[in-house]
Design a protein around this ligand. Sequence first.
Ligand SMILES: [Zn+2]
Length: 90
Amino acid sequence: MNKETAKKVIIALASKDTDTLNALGVTVYGNKGRMWENEACITSLDDIKGECNPRLASNYCTVEHIGCPQCIKTLLDLAYGKPQPQATRV
Ligand SMILES: [Zn+2]
């Protein structure tokens, strides 16, 4: 996920814009408990191998349930800059 995409995702998340999130390829993971707490993970942050980036499971969470603090932080860092391990092309 690049910087521009991350920004679009943040904006779409803020406005609960499911169509845009689907178009951006955002997928969600979280078990029932996390869904209820709106702390589901974003599973399409593939550039970042976060501590919480489950890939092997999916369930019926929807984008409205995204809210994992770790994923949101990663997304914000991606969008608004924090030195990344990989060199960024300018
Ligand atoms: Zn997460």
